[in-house]
Design a protein around this ligand. Structure first.
Ligand SMILES: Nc1ncnc2c1ncn2[C@@H]1O[C@H](COP(=O)(O)OP(=O)(O)OP(=O)(O)O)[C@@H](O)[C@H]1O
Ligand SMILES: [Mg+2]
Length: 474
């Protein structure tokens, strides 16, 4: 069963996909078998035009093409690849030439990576293709890494921690395939952002990206949203309606909160994934679709499978490539650059010129566990940019629950600890504490219970601190 194949792909991305174009049937068949047996996904074409059509439609890693072919020759095909899918590696094959033939010279100028002379030994071709794919993979990794370290982001996803670099690499790999991707992660970790990035970086990017929230609507509505309905299918269905799958034709359907999908819909979705077929609500005809499916969940889906709440077969179909989005608290080192990214964003939106955060404010951001992850951070920054009247966001502008979390001592990397000689940290923290108490008392017009509330302290704690700093004024 295909399901098992899905399981094997985990983590490492999809199997390499190659196209073999040759007008000689026996050669096509032998090479097809050779590569299939060795773990490749193989597509074949009997001439250049058929090959060109496949290249326009499918995601490929490498094209192995004969030079002399009817209708469109290998060099013509190579030109088409450069135009339509410049990223694809091309290898030429010929029975009529050598490394110094004019055709090969031309092909090499157009970017062909190797020439294989027929007849060839299976091991040689296999080795050469593997080496080319490996160097291509490394090249890609370098692109991602360079990009990320320079810009601290990848396709709009901010992050530079090792755990995020892994995510970027995976996204980069999967966007060149058609595989189904399942994105796991807590709320606000960027699951939808990643789904969009996968679409935007893929060859489907010129086609629609359609997001459907499977948890937001009742079963019958979800079915007609996805599949569409025919006139008279139910009360109120006064005309035919296109489903989102049809709207997304050629593009990507993102099924958000897939863990909430009702059982009956799970069966129907399985059919879409297996056969790319579905039926409109109230309709009799089968419709076919060409869509890529990505899905996301913040639930423990394997557990739901174990409890019989989610179909196992559907889980395996969806989980061809799992992407796990880490919670923000597991990549604290990304907090400063992410927060600063949002400051820049809201400066632009609100026409302000906040320069960033004070050291104390940044320490508070780093110390807070961010249960709502990047979404919560973004909301916090937005609010702070709006409220801040000074040049940079100070700790007093941050919401109460963040200020309470401020660590009593600093941690490595906190700029507050880097201030060099003569700096008395304990004294500095005392000053901050005192300033806080004063401000709270001022805002509460001297009413201590209110000031304690503002700071999220019990009255006893508050009284203790007030006494300690000698602020008491009855
Ligand atoms: N790494 C990141 N860099 C920049 N922005 C991010 C990042 N992660 C998330 N965001 C932003 O945070 C917000 C929430 O992200 P998103 O909607 O993708 O989360 P989610 O995982 O789908 O959450 P939920 O499970 O609640 O639907 C969005 O505005 C998104 O742009
Ligand atoms: Mg989401």
């Amino acid at each position: 069963m295909k399901q098992a194949a899905g399981g094997r792909d985990q983590g490492s991305g999809a199997r390499p996909r190659i196209l073999i174009a040759d007008d000689e049937p026996s050669l096509r068949e032998i090479t097809r078998q050779l590569f299939t047996k060795n773990g490749f996904d193989v597509v074949v074409a009997e001439d250049g035009l058929v090959a060109r059509e496949i290249i326009g439609r499918e995601f490929l890693d490498l094209v192995l093409t004969d030079i002399r072919m009817p209708r469109l020759d290998g060099v013509g095909l190579l030109r088409a690849v450069r135009e339509m899918a410049p990223d694809v590696t091309v290898v030429m094959m010929t029975a009529h030439g050598t490394q110094d033939s004019a055709e090969w010279q031309q092909a090499r100028e157009l970017g062909a990576r190797a020439l294989i002379e027929k007849p060839f030994r299976n091991e040689d071709v296999l080795l050469q293709v593997r080496q080319l794919l490996e160097s291509r993979r490394l090249r890609h990794e370098n692109v991602v890494l360079r990009h990320t370290t320079a810009e601290q982001q990848f396709a709009g996803i901010i992050g530079r921690s090792p755990i995020m670099l892994e995510v970027f690499k995976l996204v980069e790999t999967v966007c060149r395939t058609n595989s189904t991707v399942l994105i796991f992660g807590e709320s606000g970790t960027g699951k939808e952002l990643v789904a969009r990035a996968i679409h935007d970086q893929s060859l489907r990017s010129t086609r629609p990206f359609v997001a459907v929230n499977c948890g937001a609507m009742p079963e019958t509505l979800l079915e007609s949203e996805l599949f569409g309905h025919v006139r008279g299918a139910f009360t109120g269905a006064d005309k035919d309606k296109k489903g989102l799958i049809e709207t997304a034709e050629g593009g990507t359907v993102f099924l958000d909160e897939i863990g909430e999908m009702p059982a009956a819909m799970q069966v129907k979705l399985l059919r879409v994934l297996q056969e790319r077929k579905y039926r409109r609500v109230g309709g009799t005809d089968e419709a076919s679709c060409n869509i890529r499916v990505t899905a996301a969940t913040n639930r423990d889906l394997p557990k739901q499978v174990g409890e019989g709440k989610f179909r196992e077969d559907l889980f395996y179909r969806l989980n061809v490539i799992p992407v796990k989005m880490p919670p923000l608290r597991e990549r604290v080192e990304d907090i400063p650059l992410t927060a600063e990214h949002f400051v820049a964003k809201y400066n632009r939106e609100m026409n302000k010129a906040i320069s960033g955060f004070t050291a104390e404010a940044m320490a508070a951001l780093r110390a807070y566990p961010w249960p709502g992850n990047v979404r919560e951070l973004e909301n916090t920054v937005e609010r702070s940019v709006a409220l801040e009247s000074g040049p940079s966001i100070g700790v007093s502008t941050l919401p109460q629950h963040l200020r309470d979390r401020r660590p009593a001592t600093t941690r490595p990397g906190d700029s507050i600890a880097d201030t060099g000689q003569g700096f008395n940290l304990e004294r500095h923290l005392q000053d901050i504490e005192r300033a806080h108490l004063e401000r709270a008392l001022e805002r509460a017009s001297g009413v201590q219970t209110r000031a304690a509330d503002l700071l999220g302290l019990s009255f006893r704690q508050f009284r203790y601190l007030v006494r300690k700093h000698g602020l008491k004024r009855e």
